[in-house]
Ligand binder design. Structure first.
Ligand code: ADE
Length: 232
């Protein structure tokens, strides 16, 4: 089996590279892909750079060039829900693009013809994640993640995203990875650890907690990888 693990920023994959220690570096399409073998399975790791376009490129490359059969995303997010605190973990049941707007033509926010507002993540991978959380006594929330090409540091905008999409957390890549993986029929899951509350302090909090929250997420992904391998 070949499994892909992606993040958006170097901080989000650094703990993974430190864990695997030895890997081959393959340069492709202006990015680096790190290939390692873990328990007899190939693992491809990469960070995409921030935003939906780069994330879509990396997810597509992982699937089409490297042949990954499952895609795990690890990174940080801004909390929408009040019960999500810095460092907490959330997996996306489904994802949407909060900045996709052709409402001028009577469509709902996040919708384009022949698409859908929400893309669902893989049920089984999410079940594995819940099993890991239970076994390790880690709090893991499930919810809707909203994605857009904007760093949200504004309480009003956050409220709009909550109200419009029912979203529990927000970030800048998940939904584009979801669109790609869904279209190419690769099971995927999106895990995020909270770095900020998408409010006026978000910029400061993000800088302060990016590394520690990214590590929380990456550590969980390693346990999830063990579970995926054990169950496959
Ligand atoms: N990722 C982490 N925090 C975020 C925020 N406030 N807005 C967008 N993406 C994020």
């Amino acid at each position: 089996m070949t499994i892909g693990i992606m993040g958006a920023m170097v901080e989000e994959i650094e703990p993974l590279l430190e864990f695997f220690k030895e890997y081959e570096v393959i340069e492709y399409a202006k990015n680096k892909y790190y290939k390692t073998n873990y328990k007899g399975h190939d693992v491809i790791i990469a960070y995409s750079k921030i935003g939906k376009v780069f994330a879509a490129l990396t997810a597509t490359t992982m699937i089409e060039k490297f042949g990954i059969e499952k895609l795990l995303f690890s990174g940080v997010a801004g909390a929408i829900d009040e019960d999500l605190h810095i460092g907490d973990l959330i997996i996306a049941t489904k994802l949407c693009q909060h900045d996709l707007d052709i409402t001028a033509f009577g469509h709902p926010y996040g919708f384009v013809p022949e698409g859908s507002v929400y893309v669902e993540s893989d049920f089984l991978l999410n079940e594995f994640a819940k099993e890991v959380a239970k076994e390790k006594n880690i709090k893991l929330k499930e919810g809707i993640i909203a994605t857009g090409d904007q760093f949200i540091a504004d309480g009003k905008k956050k409220e709009w995203i909550r109200k419009t999409f029912g979203a529990n957390a927000l970030e800048m890549e998940g939904a584009s990875v979801a669109v790609v993986a869904d279209a190419l029929k690769v099971p995927f899951m999106i895990l995020r650890s909270i770095s900020d509350a998408a409010d006026m302090d978000a910029g400061f909090d993000f800088d302060e907690f990016l590394k520690s929250s990214a590590k929380n997420s990456a550590d969980f992904i390693i346990s999830l990888l063990d579970k995926v391998i054990e169950k496959s």
